[in-house]
Design a protein around this ligand. Structure first.
Ligand code: GRF
Length: 221
């Protein structure tokens, strides 16, 4: 059973999906602590309600010294015996200090099908680009923003009439399904970071294909 530290900055709906998954019998991870860089993050209450230690390490007093902030964070993770870190809406970029320390043991969820739409405002940019398939990605964290090796992705259709809010909601529902699953893969050792690839224990050889809009839908319109 791997001890996981979840880092958040806000709402914490992905955190909730991890908390819920970790209560399942046989799940290979438990949430050892939740740390926010913002004292007002709603996710802190979600953790407390679940009886999980929840703390704030505000980045602001550290000013420009990002590494000092990370050392404080790292010390708290160590104090909780954390073995794996899951970023869930954590809005700070890490320096090489943190990245190297947690290499292969830190994962993130991003609300787009990477490598497309790195960074912020992913849903607005996806709609502007006119993509027909959107989705989310769980990846190992490396130095480049949203650039680490991909562990899992989920795709959803972009529908006629979608706006940012409706697309975000559809993608978020997919996030809540793949993040617990991806954490399970990493915590159980079925996926690991090898060089610059996420390597699976065994490949399932699936030739599944997703097409959006689904062909039968296309015929009837
Ligand atoms: C999610 O869309 C996640 O992909 C992104 O930030 C958002 C966090 O939402 N990194 P929540 O705090 O988990 O509800």
């Amino acid at each position: 059973m791997k001890r996981v530290g979840v880092l958040i900055s806000g709402r914490g709906s992905n955190l909730q999906s991890l908390i819920d998954a970790a209560t399942r019998p046989g799940y290979p991870a438990r949430i050892a602590c939740v740390i926010s860089n913002r004292p007002d993050a709603a996710g802190l209450d979600r953790a407390r309600r679940a009886g999980i230690p929840a703390e704030t390490i505000d980045h602001k007093p550290f000013g420009k010294d990002r590494e000092a902030f990370e050392r404080a964070l790292d010390a708290r993770l160590a104090a909780h015996g954390v073995e794996l870190v899951a970023l869930a809406g954590f809005m700070r970029l890490f320096t090489p200090f943190m990245i190297e320390r947690w290499q292969g043991r830190m994962i993130n969820i991003h609300p787009a099908l990477l490598p497309a739409f790195k960074g912020l405002d992913t849903h607005r940019r996806a709609l502007e680009a006119g993509v027909k398939i959107a989705g989310c990605t769980v990846h190992f964290v490396t130095l480049g923003m949203d650039e680490g090796p991909i562990i899992a992705q989920a795709a959803v259709a972009v529908l006629a009439g979608d706006d940012e809010a409706s697309l975000a909601a559809r993608v978020l529902a997919a996030e809540h399904r793949i993040y617990p699953w991806a954490l399970e893969l990493v915590a159980s050792g079925r996926v690991r970071l090898v060089g610059d690839r996420a390597e699976y224990d065994r490949r399932d050889g699936s030739d599944a294909m997703l097409i959006s809009p689904a062909p039968d839908q296309a015929k009837s319109t």
